[in-house]
Ligand binder design. Structure first.
Ligand code: G1P
Length: 286
């Protein structure tokens, strides 16, 4: 039912300099897989078959990563490492249409999503911010999809955060709450501790009805010169119901060094081929 997903990946990634000087931060690996691939797989697993990257030209390695690498594949075929072919050129990617749209200027998340308007057309679609990495039996996007089917409204993934961290996120003012589904009354981008309407923050997964584009067009630049997605949702709320789904599972903010390392450790401890050794190493260090 949701066939298209937008992944904004044009940001500079200054927090990861110098690594992000020539390697897009989305290509930094958590163990052996680039961050962006986790988000792409999450989208494909709910039935998405068109991935729309909002990208900048210097991040061509992302494009290369999702293209089939025939040369490397034939090398693997001639060696005794044929089992690695499925890692190199995963079968699931061959069915997917990847679009790459250059975001000429860095004008914020809302502006990035606007670039996908033509490709999305009159369809509901998902947005995944690859910096946010989720681990749960039912993926974050799957949880959103279920809520989307129930409500037939745009839905946003949220989770509770420490009030000290609230200034880093979009924050909702909750209305009616039924189980894990909240009707959103209002939403603010990165409020101060004092002004935050709750401790319920937006995490990086959304499902939108195409009506969001109308409101993105109406949204002005904020004080920092960006078009905020949150500001468009704020106005959308005046015309349509929008729901928040409380995400159940683990979440890592891999846009920060702390979250990136945390995710790396959490994944290493899950990886059967290294988990025992890693546990020992951690014990030794502590
Ligand atoms: C963006 C959104 C914010 C959201 C966050 C989730 O902020 O603008 O509303 O809470 O992603 O990761 P950014 O992290 O890009 O500053």
């Amino acid at each position: 039912m949701i066939k298209k997903a937008v992944l904004p990946v044009a940001g500079f990634g200054t927090r990861f300099l110098p690594a992000s000087k020539s390697i897009p931060k989305e290509m930094l690996p958590i163990i052996d897989k680039p961050l962006v691939q986790y988000a792409v797989e999450e989208a494909i697993n709910i039935g998405v078959d068109e991935i729309i990257f909002i990208i900048s030209p210097e991040k061509y390695s992302i494009r290369k990563h999702f293209e089939k690498n025939e040369i490397f594949e034939s090398r693997l075929k001639n060696s005794d490492k044929t089992e690695m072919i499925s890692k190199l050129n995963p079968e699931i990617f061959s069915e997917i249409k990847f679009h790459y749209i250059d975001q000429e200027e860095q004008n914020g998340l809302g502006h990035a999503i606007l670039q996908a308007e033509k490709v999305i057309g009159d369809n509901s679609f998902a947005v995944l911010l690859p910096d946010d990495l989720f681990f749960s039996e039912e993926s974050c996007l799957d949880q959103l999809l279920n809520s989307y089917k129930k409500t037939n409204s745009s839905v946003i993934a949220v989770n509770k955060v420490n009030k000290e961290d609230i200034h880093k996120y979009g924050v909702i003012k909750p209305g009616d709450i039924k189980n894990n589904l909240i009707q959103i009354e209002d939403i603010v981008e990165k409020p101060s501790y004092e002004n935050a309407p709750s401790d319920i923050a937006v995490c990086g997964r959304y499902i939108f009805k195409p009506s969001i584009f109308k409101f993105l067009h109406l949204t002005n630049f904020d004080n920092s010169g960006e078009i905020q997605l949150t500001d468009a949702i704020k106005v959308l709320l005046k015309e349509e119901k929008v729901h928040a789904r409380i995400y159940e599972g683990e979440k890592y903010d891999c846009g920060s060094k702390k979250g990136f390392v945390h995710a790396t450790i959490a994944l290493a401890l899950r990886d059967e081929s290294i988990s025992k050794d890693i546990k020992e190493i951690i014990k030794e260090i502590i």
